[in-house]
Design a protein around this ligand. Structure first.
Ligand code: C5P
Length: 209
């Protein structure tokens, strides 16, 4: 059997990251959360005060993103997500991060990746593609419950507004927008708890691999 390559795409807080990591563990496959790459670029841009209009400088910063940078807890916060989606719209940034993701996806062991353009751009050849979604209010509620633990001043409305802005920016950009691959399976987790979503993802992978 060829190495198993599985792509998870979908909007922010849809549950794709959790599902992708469970499936990676099930099959003993390496896993890459590609959102962290864009979060790391956003973080570096902020720290170095790089102008968001300066596509060349942002592309240059993206070329120096190293996997060890991805372990920084600061990348998981609310602002990091916002900055990530801004830099992710810049073609120079996407181009600089592309080959690393393609190589990760096509290593001999197989792999699981999650992001926005895995099934469409990074690994159109993936054997299994899932597009994981949920309605914006459900995604905002999930994200709010995570983020409020570290920021008690945060409101649900703040998070819902972030999610709507990010959905709009990620779907409307011209460079690799968030869209479902034609051969992806849609998994809507709006009415599923985490166990049910995991079971649904497992049966999709089993049926398709
Ligand atoms: O998935 P996560 O919320 O960590 O992603 C942060 C941002 O990075 C997204 O809003 C999106 O703009 C960008 N991203 C992307 N392509 C990917 C992964 C993430 O454009 N493959």
């Amino acid at each position: 059997m060829p190495p198993l390559l599985i792509a998870f795409d979908g909007p922010a807080a849809s549950g794709k990251g959790t599902l992708a990591s469970v499936i990676a563990a099930d099959y003993g496959l390496p896993f890459l959360d590609t959102g962290l790459l864009y979060r790391a670029v956003g973080h570096v841009a902020r720290e170095r005060d790089i102008d968001l209009e300066d596509a060349q400088a942002l592309g240059e910063a993206a070329r120096f993103i190293h996997p060890t940078l991805l372990e920084d807890d600061a990348l998981r916060g609310r602002e990091a997500g916002e900055w990530a989606s801004r830099v992710a719209a810049i073609p120079e940034v996407r181009a600089a991060l592309k080959q690393f993701q393609i190589d990760f996806a096509h290593q001999a062991s197989g792999a699981v990746l999650d992001g926005r353009d895995i099934g469409t751009v990074i690994a159109p050849d993936a054997q299994v593609k899932l597009f994981v979604t949920a309605d914006p209010e459900t995604r905002a509620r999930r994200r709010f419950l995570q983020l409020v633990k570290v920021n008690s001043a945060l409101t649900f409305e703040d998070v819902l507004s972030d999610i709507r802005i990010r959905d709009e920016r990620d779907s409307s950009r011209s460079s690799a927008p968030l869209e479902m691959a034609r051969d992806a399976v849609l998994l809507d987790t709006t009415n599923l708890d985490i166990e049910a979503a995991i079971e649904a993802a497992r049966s999709i992978v089993k049926a398709r691999r």
